[in-house]
Design a binder for this molecule. Structure first.
Ligand SMILES: Nc1ncnc2c1ncn2[C@@H]1O[C@H](COP(=O)(O)OP(=O)(O)OP(=O)(O)O)[C@@H](O)[C@H]1O
Ligand SMILES: [Mg+2]
Length: 227
């Protein structure tokens, strides 16, 4: 097994729009994340934070350089295999919960396990256990519209970590929450990250939250530098 959970090696990303000049968003980004390590990325709006997370998560391909997940170059695989790799090894948390509206909290959280081939009984048991950990044992059968904003985000955190991914990529996961809920959500992410030895890359505008991570980087003019 690789020493690193996730690595970006000389990653560059440019968007080509029509025949005009390409928009260079990321240049020569290098990031090495050990198993269980936590990193915060801060930077102004439009600096490329989401682009970087999407590239790290194999949702977007780097224009130059490569991204290694457990030592494996994700871009080398077919889209179908990339999907399987993402589902098995990564967890995503977004600013808005992205839970499926027609499913209950329990069903939403069980989804990554079911997609990964775990039996419905085991998936249900494990989902109940993690929903209990995030304080939602009384909300298992509520649909997202029947949950508060903080509860939805806690369900989304449970869904991102249920399959014990190697790395969680979180894009402004507390951006939509008030201070109290934001702190509760970050507390849960950090707690689950420690107990599962999951690496974490978190994009945030909130320096208070960034300071909970072991390293902080700033993304500016396409360059990732220690804060
Ligand atoms: N698919 C795309 N095609 C072309 N340009 C894009 C695309 N996605 C993003 N961009 C541009 O790349 C730059 C970086 O966008 P990105 O979404 O990564 O910024 P961000 O740091 O996440 O900003 P915010 O804090 O507002 O979420 C922006 O100038 C944006 O307009
Ligand atoms: Mg963004």
């Amino acid at each position: 097994m690789s020493d690193f959970s996730l690595e970006a090696i000389d990653v560059g990303k440019a968007y080509q729009e029509g025949s005009g000049d390409a928009l260079h968003v990321l240049s020569d980004i290098n990031l090495h994340l050990h198993h269980g390590e936590t990193v915060a990325i801060i930077g102004s709006s439009g600096s490329g934070k989401t682009t970087l997370l999407n590239t790290l998560g194999g949702l977007d391909e780097p224009t130059t350089g490569k991204v290694l997940l457990n030592g494996d170059d994700i871009a080398k695989h077919s889209e179908k295999t990339r999907c399987t790799i993402r589902n098995k090894h990564l967890g995503f948390i977004y600013q808005f919960h992205h839970l499926l509206p027609e499913f209950t909290a329990l069903e939403n959280v069980a989804m990554p396990l079911l997609i990964g081939g775990v039996s419905p009984e085991i998936a249900s048991q494990r989902s109940e256990a993690i929903l209990d950990e995030v304080g939602l044992s009384q909300r298992l059968h509520h649909k997202p519209s029947e949950l508060s904003g903080g509860e939805r985000q806690r369900a989304a955190i449970a869904r991102a970590l249920i399959h014990r991914p190697d790395c969680v990529l979180a894009d402004e996961p507390t951006g939509n929450l008030d201070r109290k809920n934001a702190e509760q959500a970050i507390e849960l992410i950090v707690q689950l990250n420690q107990s599962y030895n999951t690496a974490l890359v978190i994009v945030t505008h909130d320096l208070h939250i960034a300071e909970r991570m072991s390293r902080i980087y700033t993304l500016e003019d396409g360059i990732l530098a220690p804060h």
